[in-house]
Design a protein around this ligand. Structure first.
Ligand code: FAD
Length: 337
């Protein structure tokens, strides 16, 4: 039969890898610890009508291969240009406009691209995979309740670097490489207001502040909520320094910093919530597009080895699929001779 592949993780990298392999006739099973797809291309819903992109904010498309996919998503209407006024902000005043690059968002929410990629894939949710084990030339997967998930010819891990290193600890060379890719955390604050704040911009890179980014989430196409929703990201250094602090304390501090950043008097949000991303962004991605061992048919992909961000994660997933295809098809060709 067709070779079987397990992909761990349903962020953009894992799903791109799985999708590509399925399109080539591989039998792929995808495992995801949470309840839905998207990973860091995340959407948080609250109080019925509120929605926040609390992870990835937008993406750019510089690579021609990624751009072709983005064009098809634009055509399908699940990706839209985000034509927002984005500025650099310092102590409440606008320093400059940050135009000149095409920014895209998924619609109606950031996880829409991943939902499309996953549409007809075999995805098992709420399944936290434990470190993979090599048994009789195959990869045995189990979950955290010691349930056997199956034996596969090949496995691709698409979790953030530190988690990938754990999952691949039986393949020390790859685990060591993954360990080299450091990632920084990010505290995210989600806010809703019944009355508009009437700020003269939709999003801002904030300078000289614990806050590094603020965005009016409802300025993105298709979000359609009443009132205003804002997403606030703390800077990597502030987030790292405060990563283990209590959420309630972080929420208060970031709310104060938000008012400082926009230079408005404080008022009470109608909704407020914080989220901690333990592994948000790679500090310095590994040079290769993915990790892979051709003999053992095991590898890893993600933004920490494909180049940072959504585009890099996508390209990493493509590269991992390509390595699986070439190893297995190359193998078959060799046996035929
Ligand atoms: P992920 O999306 O992290 O996917 C990994 C998946 O693996 C997750 O779904 C996780 O649940 C799952 N998983 C992990 N361990 C296991 C396990 N043991 N078993 C089963 N499943 C497991 N990028 C941009 O391009 N533009 C931006 O503006 C931007 N802003 C960002 C802001 C924040 C706050 C964050 C957090 C990220 C941002 N990024 C941005 C980065 C972007 O989100 C990532 O580069 C990209 O989404 C990474 O995709 P991935 O597939 O590599 O990993």
């Amino acid at each position: 039969g067709f070779p079987t592949v397990a992909v761990i993780g349903t962020g953009i990298s894992g799903l791109t890898c799985a999708r590509t392999l399925v399109d080539q006739g591989f039998k792929v099973t995808v495992f995801e610890k949470s309840r839905g797809v998207g990973g860091r291309m995340a959407t948080r819903r609250a109080e019925g009508s509120l929605s926040f992109d609390h992870g990835a904010q937008y993406f750019t498309a510089r690579d021609s291969c990624f751009r072709r996919s983005v064009d098809s998503w634009l055509h399908d209407g699940i990706v839209k240009p985000w034509t927002a006024r984005i500025v650099a902000l310092e102590e409440g005043s606008i320093k400059k406009d940050k135009q000149g690059v095409d920014r895209f968002v998924a619609a109606p929410a950031m996880n829409a691209v991943c939902r499309l990629l996953a549409r007809d894939l075999d995805v098992q949710f709420r399944t936290r995979v434990m470190p993979v084990k090599r048994v009789h030339n195959r990869w045995n997967l189990t979950n955290d309740r010691e349930k056997v998930l199956g034996a596969f010819d090949s496995v691709i891990v698409s979790a953030p670097a530190a988690q990938t290193a754990q999952l691949l600890r039986d393949v020390p060379a790859l685990a060591n490489e993954a360990t080299q890719a450091q990632m920084s955390g990010c505290w995210a604050l989600m806010l809703a207001f019944q009355e508009p704040l009437n700020l003269p911009f939709d999003a801002a890179f904030v300078q000289e502040s614990p806050v590094s980014w603020i965005a009016r989430n409802n300025s993105k196409p298709g979000r359609g909520s009443t009132g205003e929703t804002w997403v606030v990201h703390a800077s990597p250094s502030w987030s790292e320094a405060n990563l283990e602090n209590a959420a309630a304390e972080i929420e208060n501090l970031l709310l104060e910093e938000f008012w400082q950043a926009v230079a408005l008097p404080e008022r009470c949000p109608s909704y407020s919530e914080v989220h901690r991303w333990r592994f948000a962004l790679p500090i310095e991605p590994l040079p290769g597009r993915c990790l892979f061992n051709d003999q053992l048919l095991v590898g890893a992909c993600g933004d920490w080895c494909g180049g940072p961000r959504v585009e890099g994660a996508f390209l990493s997933g493509m590269a991992a699929a390509d390595r699986v295809m070439r190893s297995i098809q190359g193998d078959n060709a060799a046996t035929k001779v």
